[in-house]
Design a protein around this ligand. Structure first.
Ligand SMILES: Nc1ncnc2c1ncn2[C@@H]1O[C@H](COP(=O)(O)OP(=O)(O)O)[C@@H](O)[C@H]1O
Ligand SMILES: N[C@@H](CCC(=O)OP(=O)(O)O)C(=O)O
Length: 374
């Protein structure tokens, strides 16, 4: 119960909606359901809670508009269906968000966007900027450019990676089952709902089965795996039936619906471990005493003006370690400028960046959101 109360304190949610729900089992896009979820999300936004929506349904919506009854096997046909369906889906969302005077933003991501450091940082900055503008990003896989080998395939995985990317507090997966059961309830109606568990519990994957709907992809297996991925950056996951009344509002208020899967470490420790552990340190910065104090006590971003030396070769988006003047490592973070640019701007205020580099991307060398103190 305590975990549900903690969940209610979450300020940043990733909400994922699966194909089966969105398309009312293949009978076109379920506008009424979308309107309902959007109303709840808009209400959260008005209370200052940030929401990123990961929405499936492009292929299913495209199939419906093309009059196709069965999901095609060919990747190009799937991609064509996704292109037709995605624009329709976003139009429905756009219309719904408009009714609540909220802004929606379409974001299509592929594997490279999350594995290439520069693109990763760009995606992260764009999503964070959209959130700070009060908008609701609507994310889907960029189906047009992906091939079989590099497909996320299921949006459960994509949603978990987005939760890592923006360091969300919680991931909410809406699907057509009421949560994770001890067995697929379609096989055994006596199967019991798991209320709460550790995401890392190996028994969960043994309970989870695949998808039956012909529209969804991963079933519960990818949802449990997604919870494990989300836990790496400290996010809790709730898997719940998306057709329940006010489901988003109720889960976000801490009501015990569906299955809650928790990270093992406390969120802050997990987040720091994740940022520090997933990347290799590519370079180092030496900070003057003023910059050290700004980071340690002021919770500020690192500005080039407080940096006295740069070491190593790194690109924008790569991890660098920050040392104080005594050589002690005090922080790590993702650099906004590569090592040769950093060498040109160190000790300089950001107003000089255009003169020194010919352009200015960011005012900070490392933004505080991308910085961890050690
Ligand atoms: N242990 C389980 N508990 C609940 N549902 C399960 C379980 N194992 C498999 N499933 C199946 O997972 C399905 C949901 O996954 P999926 O069809 O991929 O939906 P989505 O499109 O929402 O991702 C359910 O309809 C259910 O049949
Ligand atoms: N990008 C695909 C999503 C893949 C998919 O079906 O995912 P899901 O329904 O979440 O298992 C689409 O929009 O159709």
């Amino acid at each position: 119960m305590q975990a549900r109360q903690q969940l209610a304190a979450s300020r940043r949610w990733v909400v994922k909606i699966g194909s089966a729900l969105l398309t009312a089992n293949g009978r076109g896009v379920n506008r009424a359901a979308i309107f309902n979820w959007v109303e709840q999300i808009a209400a959260l936004r008005k209370r200052g809670i940030e929401v990123i929506l990961v929405s499936s349904g492009a292929v299913a919506a495209g199939m419906d508009r093309l009059g196709w009854r069965r999901r095609p096997e060919s990747i190009h046909q799937l991609q064509a269906a996704a292109a037709i369906g995605q624009s329709h889906l976003v139009q429905v969302y756009e219309h719904a968000f408009d009714q609540f005077d909220s802004r929606a933003a379409q974001i299509l991501l592929d594997h490279d966007d999350l594995s290439n450091r520069t693109r990763y940082l760009n995606a992260r900055s764009t999503l964070r900027t959209l959130l700070s503008l009060g908008a609701v990003p609507i994310v889907n896989e960029n189906d047009t450019v992906v091939t079989d080998e590099i497909r996320f395939g299921d949006n459960d995985t994509l949603a978990a990676l987005v939760a890592n990317l923006v360091e969300a507090d919680a991931l909410l997966i809406l699907t057509d089952a009421d949560g994770l059961f001890t067995e697929d309830p379609r096989d055994n109606p006596a199967a019991e709902l798991i209320g709460e568990a550790s995401a890392a519990d190996p028994k969960l994957l043994a309970m989870a089965g695949g998808s039956r709907s012909g529209l969804g992809r991963g079933g519960m297996t990818t949802k449990v795996r997604a919870a494990q991925l989300a836990a790496r950056s400290g996010a809790s996951t709730v898997i719940v039936g998306g057709a329940k009344d006010d489901v988003i509002a109720r889960v976000c208020a801490g009501e015990a619906l569906g299955t809650l899967l928790l990270p093992e470490a406390d969120p802050l420790t997990a987040r720091k471990r994740w940022l520090a552990g997933q990347l290799q340190v590519r370079g180092g910065l030496t900070l003057d005493n003023g910059a050290e104090a700004a980071l340690r006590t002021g919770g500020k971003s690192l500005l080039a003006v407080g940096v006295t030396a740069v070491e190593g070769r790194f690109r924008r988006g790569e991890l660098v370690s920050c040392h104080n003047s005594a050589g002690e490592e005090i922080a790590r973070g993702l650099a906004n400028y590569d090592s040769s640019e950093t060498a040109k701007i160190l000790g300089k205020p950001s107003e000089k960046f255009v003169e020194l580099l010919g352009y200015r991307d960011d005012d900070e060398l490392i933004h505080r959101d991308n910085l961890i103190l050690l």
